[in-house]
Ligand binder design. Structure first.
Ligand code: FMN
Length: 215
C-alpha cells in the first residue's frame, strides 16, 4: 500500500490568477470558450479530455474519461458506443456530469445537465473524419462487455478489417454521439491558502444566474 505519510506530503499550493465576478461572461458557454482557449495557450495536455459521470438504474454512479469533440451554445458532444455502460446509463437516466481539470492553470469546470443522443447524420459526419483503424475498432469492440482475452478482440478486428477492406467503413448502429445540455456550470480557480474562487451558473429559463460559492 502507498504509505500515508507520502500521500499526505503531496501538497500543491494552487496559485492561479484571481477569478472575479466582473470578469465572467453572462453566458457560461462563452466563459468556457475563453477558458478553453487559455488552456490551449497554456499547453494543457488534452484539454478536451473530461470525466463523464453517469448513474445506472439502481442509482449506482460511475465515471470515466471521454473526449469533447464539439461544443456550441447547445452543449457538449462526445462519441461512444451506445451499448456501453455509460450509453446504457444515459438512456435510462440522462442526468450527467462532465468535469474538466486543467492542472497547469489550477482550473476545474464542472457541468451538470441532460444527455441526449445526437442525430445519426451528425454522428456519421464525425465518424467519416476518424482514421480507418478507429472506425474498424468501433465495430470490433463491444465496449464494456467482458472478454476472454486480447486475441478475441484482435480476431474481431481482423474480421471487420477484411469485411470492409478497400471500402469506406459504415457507422455502426451502436455507435454515435451524445450532447450534454447544461443546466449548471461551475468555474473553479485554485488560489493560495485553499481560498479558491468558485462561480456557478444556473439556468433560469433562457438566462443564467451567477452565484459565488465558498471554496
Ligand atoms: C484520454 C482518454 C480519452 C478517452 N476518450 C473516450 C471517448 O471519447 N469515448 C469513449 O467511449 N471512451 C473514451 N475513453 C475510454 C473511456 O474512459 C472508457 O474506458 C470507455 O468508454 C468505457 O466506459 P464505460 O464502460 O463506463 O462505458 C477514453 C479514455 C481516456 C483515458
Amino acid at each position: 500500500m502507498i504509505d500515508k505519510e507520502r500521500l499526505q506530503l503531496l501538497r500543491h499550493d494552487y496559485r492561479g490568477a484571481p477569478l472575479q465576478r466582473e470578469m465572467l461572461s453572462d453566458n457560461p458557454l462563452e466563459q468556457f470558450h475563453v477558458w478553453f482557449e487559455e488552456a490551449l495557450k497554456a499547453d494543457v495536455d488534452e484539454p478536451n479530455s473530461m470525466t463523464l459521470s453517469t448513474v445506472d438504474s439502481s442509482g449506482s454512479p460511475s465515471a470515466r474519461v471521454v473526449l469533447l469533440k464539439e461544443v456550441s451554445h447547445n452543449g457538449f458532444v462526445f462519441f461512444t458506443n451506445y451499448g456501453s455502460r455509460k450509453g446504457r446509463d444515459l438512456v435510462h437516466n440522462p442526468n450527467a456530469s462532465l468535469l474538466f481539470f486543467w492542472h497547469e492553470l489550477f482550473r476545474q469546470v464542472i457541468i451538470k445537465g441532460r444527455a441526449e443522443k445526437i442525430s445519426r447524420e451528425e454522428s456519421e459526419a464525425y465518424f467519416r473524419t476518424r482514421p480507418q483503424e478507429a472506425c474498424i475498432g468501433a465495430w470490433a469492440s463491444q465496449q464494456s462487455e467482458k472478454i476472454e482475452n486480447r486475441e478475441e478482440l484482435l480476431s474481431r478486428y481482423k474480421m471487420y478489417q477484411e469485411k470492409f477492406a478497400g471500402g469506406p467503413v459504415p457507422l455502426p448502429d451502436t455507435w454515435g454521439g451524445f450532447r450534454v445540455y447544461p443546466d449548471s456550470m461551475e468555474f473553479w480557480q485554485g488560489r493560495e491558502s485553499r481560498l479558491h474562487d468558485r462561480f456557478i451558473y444556473e439556468r433560469e429559463g433562457d438566462s443564467w444566474k451567477i452565484s459565488m460559492l465558498s471554496p
